[in-house]
Write a protein that binds this ligand. Structure first.
Ligand SMILES: [Zn+2]
Length: 539
């Protein structure tokens, strides 16, 4: 009899348990923007083995699942982990390995900053930028004695704010083999009482600069980890790094495999000859964290420096057209080679001439090819007749470029051509999707600044009052899609990320404000409360 009761009890427990499926994590009581096809909202979802296994109301999820861990979001907004479709992730990390001396008010403060930096980073060669003796009480160039005393063995070479002067210590000077007798032309090597002061101006800076080594493997690894932390804190869970070397890609892969780097990386391989030879032969490679299936190629320069290639002269510099940075022949040959593989080609094109040539080249080599999803990066100034070609080419755009450039862009291109400038909505209307990014560290990393710039088309001082060419503003829904599902699509990853849907990676973020409804001026101040990658909390 006793045994029977025990068995009955056991069976009842089993039935009760079988009603509720076991899972790793439940997120409930949330305002979830799933970014699925219907842009539907939800209250809860369940996660198992790093993937989302169910999305629904809090009731549905809690009835069906029992989890090892439950996160009550307290009604806060959740969106899919954000994707930056064009950034320089490794570059951001490397920047963290350099000392930032901007705003220092004295030479002593410069020295203090150098000491504090080295205490934290312990790099083999200290580099950085930003000192300006005009901001100091003693407005004279510094001399290196104190620097030599503080860093007798570690080379130090830090540039002035404008990049036209460099202060080096004796260790750096010795490494470069420079003495008081070293000849030079142009610029200056400052001397005092017949001795080097450590200050190099213009040309001779190269004597020191050419001996600054690249980062060591440890420094490069640290750079990637530092960049990851910045990204996770801001809700980025995938970064498309626009232009990586083979060494960087292999380092990222090894850190990810070792569990030391958790951010997902879409690698755009720098399209030089060596890399093309190597990767076209190797073919596409992909893990859950790293996708190597695209090349980053350069069409032209930038608009600010009048390097962007224009079809007609710049409006503020007669007879100046800017320039392509590759010959048309190289552009065509490279495109052909990539088109004959499965790789994607992502080309930097800013001026209307670069966009025109690239769009035509793409069309020619992609004829008869299906679903290649080639991208134009930036697509800043586009001729009216070229918009049509974006029916087949993904515009990969960076909304903060519009609000950074709006003060002078019309000076460069005039009142007619600016109409096809930063024309995000027009581009969206053609392709049906846009991939949004920041181009950090050229711009600030925050995706919330991108969101704000895309929707408001204003700077943080609410300028211009009516917004810059607001006919090309994106809606909040379009913007969120551009930072999630459409960016994922531009990486051929829309089946594994970019929305909170069953069978996708559990990459999502919890925000302190409802990004879809809060006053638009508040968007730049939105904070990420928690970031999850693969169902694991990484912030
Ligand atoms: Zn870039």
């Amino acid at each position: 009899m006793k045994t029977n009761i025990l068995i009955l009890f056991f069976l009842l427990t089993l039935i009760a348990c079988s009603k509720q499926e076991k899972t790793d994590l439940i997120i409930t009581n949330a305002n979830v923007y799933t970014v699925n096809d219907d842009f539907a909202k939800a209250e809860a979802f369940a996660v198992k083995d790093g993937k989302i296994i169910a999305v629904g109301s809090a009731d549905e999820i809690q009835k069906k699942y029992v989890a090892l861990e439950t996160v009550d979001a307290n009604g806060k907004t959740i969106v899919p982990g954000l994707i930056d479709a064009h950034c320089h992730f490794f570059g951001l990390g490397l920047q963290q390995q350099k000392v930032d001396l901007t705003g220092t008010k004295s030479y002593d403060e410069v020295l203090e900053k150098l000491v504090a930096f080295q205490k934290e980073k312990n790099v083999s060669y200290i580099t950085g930028r930003g000192w300006d003796q005009n901001d100091w009480e003693v407005k004279e160039f510094p001399t290196k004695e104190k620097l030599d005393a503080l860093f007798p063995k570690t080379p130090v070479a830090v540039r002035r704010i404008d990049g036209h002067a460099l202060l080096a210590n004796q260790a750096a000077i010795d490494l470069a083999g420079v003495t008081v007798n070293t000849p030079f032309s142009g610029g200056d090597i400052l001397k005092k009482d017949g001795k080097l002061t450590g200050v190099f101006i213009d040309n001779p800076m190269g004597l020191i600069g050419s001996t600054i080594p690249g980062p060591t493997k440890n420094e490069a690894a640290q750079a990637l980890k530092d960049a990851e932390k910045i990204c996770f804190d801001l809700g980025l869970t995938t970064v498309d790094d626009a232009g990586l070397s083979k060494e960087a890609i292999e380092l990222i892969d090894s850190l990810q495999q070792a569990g030391e780097l958790q951010i997902r990386v879409y690698a755009m391989v720098s399209a030089n000859k060596q890399n093309l030879d190597y990767y076209l032969d190797k073919g596409i490679s992909k893990t859950d964290l790293l996708n190597v299936r695209s090349f980053k190629f350069y069409g032209d320069g930038a608009l600010g420096s009048r390097g962007a290639a224009m079809r007609k002269p710049y409006s503020d510099k007669p007879n100046h057209y800017g320039a392509l940075v590759n010959t048309i022949e190289t552009i065509q040959q490279t495109a052909k080679r990539i088109a004959d593989s499965d790789f994607q080609m992502n080309t930097h094109a800013i001026g209307d001439s670069a966009n025109h040539i690239l769009l035509q080249t793409y069309a020619a080599v992609l004829k008869d090819k299906k679903d290649r999803r080639w991208r134009i990066e930036h697509a800043q100034i586009v001729s009216p007749e070229d918009f049509e070609a974006f029916k087949n080419i993904i515009p990969s755009i960076q909304p903060t470029h519009a609000t950074s450039d709006m003060y002078w862009a019309e000076d460069r291109v005039g009142s007619e051509r600016i109409k096809g400038g930063y024309a995000y909505k027009d581009l969206l209307n053609k392709y049906g999707k846009v991939a949004l990014g920041t181009d950090f560290p050229v711009e600030k990393v925050s995706p919330f600044l991108t969101f704000y710039a895309a929707v408001a088309r204003k700077d943080l001082n609410n300028y211009p009052k009516e917004g810059f060419q607001t006919g090309n503003a994106l809606s909040r829904e379009e913007t969120l899609k551009g930072m999630t599902i459409w960016a994922a699509y531009s990486n051929f990853e829309e089946n594994e990320k970019g929305s909170i849907e069953t069978s996708k990676f559990a990459d999502f973020i919890i925000l302190d404000k409802n990004i879809m409804e809060v006053e638009i001026n508040e968007v730049p101040t939105i904070k990420v409360l928690q970031t999850f990658v693969n169902g694991e909390k990484v912030k």
